[in-house]
Design a protein around this ligand. Structure first.
Ligand SMILES: NC(=O)c1ccc[n+]([C@@H]2O[C@H](COP(=O)([O-])OP(=O)(O)OC[C@H]3O[C@@H](n4cnc5c(N)ncnc54)[C@H](O)[C@@H]3O)[C@@H](O)[C@H]2O)c1
Length: 367
């Protein structure tokens, strides 16, 4: 199955196609050619894990489309999403002779997409780029929506812009080489999309968990497409994150508590694992605060377990760890005067924004 989903970016004419299907990585040359009809050079940016795996396939396709390929690699990991790497990569584009009519390919996980996307956004005031996400998290989340950024010492994603890709090519075959742990992180975001907007998506994920972990392309492709469709519908309603309580803010489901746990773990937990715990926290809080009927937390735990994701929330709410989570919640950059727009669920597929203080959140979670 290969399918194309068009993501609209109203009111701007910045919409882009998302192609999902086995083998679509080989379309990157033709796709970039449409984005940069007069381009001579393509900067192919990937981290040191992904470049040896898929760099050749992408470069071959780019050469076939008439591009001279400039391959640029950097060490894998969040630490590479830095101002230093942004400046170094832009310098390498200058040194390689890229110009305004040339273009960038981001081949990799969310770190690569965010970093290479910001390179494309800022080099000569912006050139086109195509996203080829290779982690499940990047396929269902980071590559769609147009947010690109690097981290500052003060916090994640603090230096960034909106720069919409010319196209996104999602090839489920590349997930063959992704670890189960990283696959699980993507599944946490897919579960979030289902919990927010579609109970059916949650059911589909649960019933196909084994085939997902077996990396069955025929199962992965439609599920990834469905998840991207749910995120895309949300970001198209609010492309620049300007709507108050009905737009992109919903995508924070599970992330308020998830971020706090992630930082309290000194990043020992991966983002997706922390989000999994955050999803349980949101379900518990929704139930205990009276927004959802009894049973929502149990349903969320069942889904997390089926998807082989962590569920042990309570150790993060008690003792010294609980104290660290409380401090992280209080210092999160999104806090306005100690209150937070917290996403609760009235049920699966029914999100709602409520204003809560940090103390209220903790009291409801600790029960
Ligand atoms: N822009 C957005 O809207 C958005 C949304 C969500 C997350 N993000 C960002 O995404 C980043 C996290 O993304 P991530 O989890 O993909 O991290 P990542 O890019 O570090 O990838 C995770 C690991 O998987 C490896 N990898 C990727 N694809 C592989 C493959 N096919 N085979 C083998 N190994 C592979 C990478 O080398 C890396 O070691 C964070 O920086 C986060 O802020 C951005």
């Amino acid at each position: 199955m290969t399918a194309t989903l068009d993501v609209s970016v109203p009111p701007h004419d910045l919409g882009y196609p998302v192609r999902v299907g086995a083998g679509v990585l080989h379309e990157v040359g033709a796709t970039l050619r449409r984005a940069a009809p007069r381009g001579k050079r393509a900067a192919l940016i990937a981290d040191a894990n992904v470049m040896p795996l898929y760099g050749d396939a992408a470069a071959r396709s780019l050469r076939t489309a008439g591009f001279e390929v400039v391959s640029l690699s950097f060490p894998a990991g969040e630490a590479s999403k830095s101002v230093a790497n942004l400046v170094a990569l832009v310098g390498q584009l200058v040194a390689a002779g890229l110009g305004r009519s040339d273009a960038v390919v981001a081949l990799g996980g969310g770190v690569t997409g965010d970093l290479a996307g910001l390179v494309a956004a800022t080099f000569m005031r912006g050139i086109p780029f195509v996203q080829c996400p290779t982690s499940l998290l990047a396929q269902v989340d980071a590559s769609v929506g147009g947010k690109v950024a690097v981290d500052l010492p003060q916090g994640k994603n603090l230096l960034g812009v909106f720069h919409f890709p010319s196209a996104v090519l999602i090839d489920p075959d590349v997930l063959q080489t992704l670890s189960d742990e990283e696959l699980g992180c993507g599944l946490a975001e897919m579960l979030k999309h289902g919990a927010l907007f579609s109970r059916e998506h949650v059911d589909d994920l649960m019933s196909r968990a084994d085939a997902i972990y077996a990396r069955e392309s025929a199962v992965l492709a439609p599920l990834v497409l469905a998840s991207v469709g749910l995120k895309a519908a949300c970001v198209s309603r609010d492309p620049m994150e300007r709507l108050g309580n009905t737009g992109r803010v919903f995508l924070n489901l599970g992330h308020t508590v998830g971020h706090a746990i992630e930082s309290a773990s000194d990043f020992g937990l991966k983002h997706g694992q922390a989000v999994a715990l955050g999803l349980r926290a949101s379900a518990r809080l929704s139930e205990r605060g009276g927004w959802a009927p009894a049973g929502l937390e149990a349903n969320m735990v069942a889904a997390l377990e089926r998807l082989r994701l962590p569920t042990a929330l309570d150790p993060w709410l008690e003792g010294a760890q609980g104290q660290r989570v409380a401090e992280a919640l209080a210092s999160d950059k999104k806090r306005a005067e100690g209150r937070v727009a917290f996403i609760v669920l009235s049920g699966l597929g029914e999100p709602k924004v409520v204003e809560l203080g940090v103390a209220e959140i903790l009291a409801l979670l600790r029960g």
